[in-house]
Design a protein around this ligand. Sequence first.
Ligand code: SAM
Length: 274
Amino acid sequence: MAGKLILVPTPIGNLGDISPRAAETLAAADFIAAEDTRVTGKLLNHLGIRKSMVIYHRHNADTAGPAVLRRLEAGETCALVTDAGTPAISDPGEDLVALCAAAGIPVESIPGPCALTVALSVSGLPTARFVFEGFLPTNKKNRRSRLAALAAEERTIVLYEAPHKLQDTLEDLKETMGADRRIAVCRELSKLHEEVWRGTLDGASRQWPEPRGEYVLVLDGKAPEEAEPDEDGAMERLRQLREEGHSLKEASAMAAEQFGLRKRDLYQRALEEL
Ligand code: SAM
């Protein structure tokens, strides 16, 4: 019988955030696939777990992925971890999940720490609809076209950024989306120097002359365009209401309310045109 792949989220800054279920899964797995065995080794030491590990990261995924898959097909259980957070979210793992899914190997994901959800939930910006963009492309052309596409985005936007690129990214965002766009800069979440700065892109680009640590940027979406009130539609409705027997006053009031217009203005236009 085939084994399974289990994605195990690890803390993004506070070791206390490893869940009992995540720890049990690491202890029970046949082996762990880790992005960096030194980082995961520290976590395992903290948990008192000894377990064999294989390396699975972006640069060896082509060979390490099929090797992990073979062991899963032979019936073993693999816990996949990355350096921090939820595997496969802007992290190695996405391809391994796809490989397993295509081969019919069961995949489970244990809920747990993820910088994206921590930042979004604490941002103070609308959370009902959002887009996660991960890291912006480093290639200039791709970056420009991604930013241009994001300029029209009305949903809240979540980005990951490395400290040495933060300034440039904030400047690019300001240029594309305007200085007044609201942003929450979430830094070092769940760590000693945790900080959530809320303001505009203008303020943010001046706030960190020497950025340090890890950052998630949460940006307000573009304000929806105000639709022009449909005066002709309101007049059409008013005519219908008149034909149904309503007085001009009643019809104006009803149509104005329906189309978000001022009663008096519509009444005046009706007096002139009907
Ligand atoms: N898979 C991870 C997750 O679930 O969040 C993300 C991995 S991605 C390679 C690393 C990026 O996540 C960092 O560059 C930063 O943008 C963000 N990040 C991770 N930990 C963070 C923290 N404690 N505070 C703020 N951002 C963090």
